[in-house]
Design a protein around this ligand. Structure first.
Ligand code: FES
Ligand code: FES
Length: 161
């Protein structure tokens, strides 16, 4: 006998807006965010937890790999994607620092790199060099080598009281 996993309605709040979506047990948060919710800022690279370009922030503001997270486990919860960082038309400090330091080249990894950096900055008010290296180790960038990225993060940290 073939069994077909049943789809279920789930509730997910993304960047403060709540969506009710029909989800199959096989779908990930990345599938739901890019699919029925239609926010394409979060990128899909490896889809196996290796590249980090799908990184978003969880309810505690920590970095979360959306390609590895079964969507139904997040029923009733909230996430933040790169589209949710700016406020009132103003870039978040990490976004502004990326612009100022030229931390973007081809841009494919940039949403995941920014959300990893934001997760780090949410977790540590004044991250050390080791914290920065550890916090950014899970996301790959073939263009920048993370040099300008880490300069941008250090600038945000330096400006914090
Ligand atoms: S898409 Fe590569 S870690 Fe998620
Ligand atoms: S800017 Fe091109 S992969 Fe990171």
């Amino acid at each position: 006998m073939n069994t077909v996993a049943k789809r279920q309605v789930m509730s997910l709040t993304v960047n403060g807006d709540t969506y009710e979506v029909l989800v199959s047990p096989r779908q990930t948060l990345l599938d739901v965010i890019r699919g029925p919710i239609g926010l394409r800022g979060t990128k899909e690279g490896c889809a196996t937890g290796t590249c980090g370009v799908c990184t978003i922030n969880n309810e505690q503001g920590e970095a979360l790999l959306s390609c590895l997270t079964p969507a139904l486990e997040w029923d009733g919860k909230s996430v933040t994607t790169v589209e949710g960082l700016e406020a009132d038309g103003e870039l978040a400090p990490i976004q502004q620092a990326f612009v100022e330091f030229g931390a973007v080249q081809c841009g494919f990894c940039t949403p995941g790199v920014i959300m990893s950096a934001q997760g780090l900055l949410n977790s540590f008010h004044k991250p050390s060099e080791d914290d920065i290296n550890d916090g950014m180790a899970g996301v790959l960038c073939r263009c920048t080598g993370h040099i300008k990225v880490k300069d941008a993060i250090r600038d945000v940290v330096k400006k914090r009281a």
